[in-house]
Design a binder for this molecule. Structure first.
Ligand code: NAD
Length: 498
């Protein structure tokens, strides 16, 4: 059985713990490799490598740091097919979806090619008599990233690209479900000219995460994953004196007003609800048509589309969606569908028990559609993270608005309408981080920042955009007066108003 280890000091190294986690091919259900789970000592080894490499990297001028990312972007494009296939083999999503995953990360790498401009400080001439004052942004030192299984390309790059561009060294702890792509990205960073030790990839589970959270040399931690772990990582990192940004789960609603283009809305729901088997933190899992007539017309359009979804392995280039990530994920999703039925929702399309010919042991769940879902049901309250869409009927706009407002999560939300007034009112009043107006998955591009509100995010700076430059740097402010500007000798008191 193939063993997947770590990437420390610019080299692949085998794991030493003797503990492993299975890496599946979700389409066949087979174990295709075993990934090593790191010990505390292995995390320490990565940190020591990072410590040794970081000062010289931070002293490298920003245009040279940018050039590594220019070359890295070229390599990503050259290797796109290989990288997307590697990702799909472990994650299960279609190759096109995997390309999207990598491209969204690549765009963050393009953004940080502007690091000479992005990391510039501020200067005030004459802040006092012959006094100049300036602020500079210095790297935190060593940063760490802990990432989920669902975007093994994009999310590691959200983190390591700005962190490294700012002059930090980095420890990446990817998901143990699909570790091969992050390791390959680290190899390509070396090929792009990154000095060994600046980017280290350590595979592992809670032991590795806890070692990162308590390591005295790691200054900042970025986390993306489920809400309970995000909350834990945020609290533990903060207690250990680290800055932390931690992003959690979601339950994204799409409100459909009576004046919306319903063909557009139905198509948008298909991509946003079922694409990538619903395993996206920005997936739409709740549709809220306003008014009975809107709901009935929407359902008429949706049902045949959900029934016609083509489900296949990643190698089927016509598939709309692939399997979910593990057998446990499949069982969990099907259990939630059972609960929806038991709690009185109307199951319009049932994806339970779906079997694909030739892939009978794969972790497939068929596209599922519920109508008449109410806020007290588990399928409404819980993030399902599968190809399951719930329709909650609302009588009017205020009732529709109140649903996402009251929900625990606040990652993304969308409104479909032709009414600019309503859309503007919605965007202004809603307590959610990312809003789409006739856009179902409003993921901000690399030069804006990504982050939710409420239980979808802990910490105060978002991923990518200028927020990421702030997160991965510390501000230092210098007040300077040169001898010729000092007229009256030394001063021993704080300046006072006279
Ligand atoms: P997860 O929380 O199970 O795992 C995320 C990371 O935490 C992994 O690296 C994992 O090894 C580690 N981890 C797991 N259990 C841990 C523990 N007890 N202690 C310490 N570390 C632990 O999440 P997942 O299943 O990989 O990813 C899916 C989740 O991620 C969904 O909830 C999804 O909404 C969320 N997500 C959020 C965003 C966002 O930006 N808000 C983006 C993508 C995914």
């Amino acid at each position: 059985m193939r063993e997947i280890g770590h990437f420390i000091g610019g080299k692949h190294v085998a794991g030493t713990s003797g503990r492993f986690s299975d890496v599946f091919n979700p389409a066949t259900g087979e174990v295709q490799a075993k990934v090593a789970l790191a010990t505390v000592e292995e995390i320490r080894a990565a940190v020591e490598n990072a410590k040794a490499a970081q000062p010289a990297w931070a002293a490298t001028n920003p245009q040279r740091r940018a050039r590594v990312f220019f070359r890295f972007v070229t390599l990503l494009n050259q290797h796109m097919d290989e990288l997307a296939t590697l990702l799909s083999q472990e994650h299960g999503k279609t190759v096109d979806d995997s390309k999207g995953d990598i491209i969204r990360g690549l765009e963050v790498c393009e953004f940080v090619c502007g690091i000479p401009h992005l990391q510039k400080g501020e200067f005030t001439e004459g802040a006092g008599p012959a006094i100049d004052m300036y602020s500079i942004r210095q790297p935190v030192g060593i940063g760490a990233g802990i990432t989920p299984f669902n975007f093994p390309g994009m999310i590691p790059m959200w983190m390591f690209a700005p962190a490294i561009a700012c002059g930090n060294a980095f420890i990446l702890k990817p998901s143990e479900r699909d570790p091969s792509l992050p390791l390959r990205l680290a190899e390509l960073m070396i090929e792009a000219g990154l000095p060994a030790g600046v980017l280290n990839v350590i595979n592992g589970d809670k032991t590795a995460v806890d070692a990162i959270l308590t390591d005295p040399d790691i200054g900042a931690v970025s986390f993306v994953g489920s809400t309970p772990i995000a909350r834990y990582v945020y609290g533990t990192a903060a207690m250990n004196g680290k800055r932390a940004q931690c992003f959690g789960g979601a339950k994204n609603h799409m409100i459909i007003l009576p004046d919306a283009d319903l063909d557009q809305a139905a198509n948008a729901l298909m991509g946003a609800g079922y694409g990538s088997a619903g395993e996206r933190c920005m997936a739409v899992s709740v549709a809220v048509p306003v008014g009975e007539e809107t709901a009935n017309r929407l359902l008429e359009k949706l049902v045949p589309k959900v029934e016609a979804l083509r489900i296949g392995p990643y190698s089927d280039d016509k598939a709309d969606l692939g399997p979910v990530v593990t057998k446990e994920a499949k069982a969990r999703i099907e259990g939630l569908i059972d609960s929806g039925v038991a709690q009185g929702a109307k199951l319009v399309v049932d994806g339970r028990g779906f079997k694909l010919q030739g892939y009978e042991d794969g972790f497939f769940v068929g596209g599922t559609l519920f109508d008449d879902v109410t806020p007290d049901m588990d399928i409404y309250k819980t993030e399902i993270f599968g190809p399951v869409l719930s329709v909650v009927r609302a009588a009017n706009y205020e009732e529709a608005l109140s649903l996402p407002m009251k929900h625990e999560y606040g990652n993304g939300v969308a409104i479909f309408t032709r009414d600019g007034d309503a859309a503007r009112d919605f965007a202004s009043r809603i307590n959610i981080g990312m809003i789409g107006v006739n856009v179902p998955i409003p993921v901000p591009l690399a030069y804006h920042s990504f982050g939710g509100w409420k239980a979808s995010s802990f910490g105060d700076l978002n991923q990518h955009g200028t927020d990421s430059i702030k997160f991965w740097t510390r501000t230092k402010t210098i007040t300077a007066r040169w001898p010729s500007g000092i007229k009256d000798g030394a001063e021993f008191v704080m300046p006072v108003m006279k």
